[in-house]
Design a binder for this molecule. Structure first.
Ligand code: GTP
Ligand code: MG
Length: 344
């Protein structure tokens, strides 16, 4: 009925790493909001999704990014919890991702959940870069808010620079021990063969222009073909979380990674007792740059196109399972779609 409409979707970026290494703080810095403060016990217990459009990335990255070099619409970040007990949430985030940022505290180095994240990335063959976070904690650090990392490193004393370099080379060594050839990102030519290390501070914003530039460049260069979707096709996604939303009963926090989901669409969702077939009653979106996890004020929309996070309200979702597939039925064969969901 509708014409095929080839568009480039937003790449999905998982942010992984050991507890307290600064995943949420990095996204906060990018969002310019303070989700960390609102978290119970300051540990991330759920997966969140944050869409950052290209113009925002280009504003933050400044001279490092020329937006006309890119035709991907931005980046969709998925925050994951680092606490050891949330291993399934981490692998869910890792499996959904097109690319990933592995956050490592430069002082702490590789820790158990860093290694676990590396295993997930290996298993899912997800290309990633390493954000060597908390560079501002090197004793004697002279902070330069939001500066690209080479600029701020040039502004440090020789002592501070050599301390930081020592920590960074330890990280590069640990990556090598785990089978990855790695180097400082500005020396990496082929990001598929080598892992780039980006020194950053979520506290001061130093290196964040570089981090966004590298993620955007990596997506544009290696992911572009995979990002080509038929945006008018029936939506396909994954359930991140099943939860109650006031006024809507049981809802799904979901990531749509192909096609479009419309209000009133019939969807098939994986459930405890087998696939659930139901009709979308409402699609709820956080405001731009807000976090699906902490946002209280949602706006109702008629449709959501990939890739994006959305809260889906529909009857009969009590048995839906986090991690399960979501398929919009549209004009597809009902039995076929149900079989697909059942299989997954
Ligand atoms: P989990 O979600 O529990 O796995 O932790 P996380 O990786 O999201 O860490 P979070 O962002 O909550 O940060 C943990 C602590 O480190 C907080 O107190 C942050 O303020 C602090 N922190 C994070 N990044 C930096 C940084 O770059 N510099 C400094 N000085 N502190 C940081
Ligand atoms: Mg967190």
């Amino acid at each position: 009925t509708t014409e095929t409409e080839h568009t480039l979707r937003t790449p999905i970026v998982a942010v992984l790493g050991h507890v307290d290494h600064g995943k949420t703080s990095l996204l906060d810095r990018i969002r310019g909001s303070a989700v960390t403060a609102g978290e119970s016990g300051a540990i991330t217990q759920h997966i969140g999704a944050t869409a950052v459009p290209l113009d925002v990335i280009s504003d933050i990255a400044g001279e490092l990014v020329d937006p006309t070099d890119f035709d991907l619409p931005g980046l969709l970040f998925i925050d994951t919890p680092g606490h050891h007990s949330f291993s399934t949430l981490r692998s869910r985030g890792g499996a959904l991702a097109d690319i990933a940022i592995l956050v490592v505290d430069v002082n702490d180095g590789f820790q158990p959940q860093t290694l676990e994240a590396i295993d997930i990335l290996k298993r899912t063959q997800t290309p990633f870069i390493v954000a060597a976070n908390k560079i501002d904690t090197v004793p004697g650090w002279n902070p330069n808010e939001n500066q690209p990392v080479q600029q701020t490193m040039d502004a440090q004393s020789e002592r501070v620079t050599s301390d930081l370099n020592e920590k960074l080379y330890e990280l590069i060594g640990e990556l090598s021990d785990n089978g990855f050839s790695a180097d400082m990102y500005w020396r990496v030519q082929n990001f598929q063969a080598n892992i780039g290390v980006v020194p950053v501070s979520a506290e001061t914003g130093e290196g964040i222009p570089d981090l966004l530039t590298v993620m955007m460049g990596l997506s544009q260069r290696y992911m572009k073909e995979e990002m080509e979707i038929d945006a008018s096709g029936p939506g396909v996604g994954t359930v991140l979380e099943v939860k109650d939303t006031q006024g809507f009963g049981t809802t799904l926090d979901a990531i749509i990674y192909d096609g479009t989901i419309h209000k009133d669409d019939t969807i098939v969702v994986g459930g405890l007792q087998g696939p659930i077939v139901t009709d979308v009653r409402a699609l709820l979106r956080p405001r731009p740059l807000e976090e699906i996890r902490t946002e209280q004020q949602f706006e109702q929309v008629d449709a959501v196109a990939a890739a994006d996070g959305v809260k889906i309200a529909a009857p009969d979702l009590d048995d839906a399972i986090a991690g399960a597939p979501i398929r919009v039925l549209r004009d597809r064969d009902r039995a076929e779609v149900i079989a697909e969901v059942e299989e997954e």
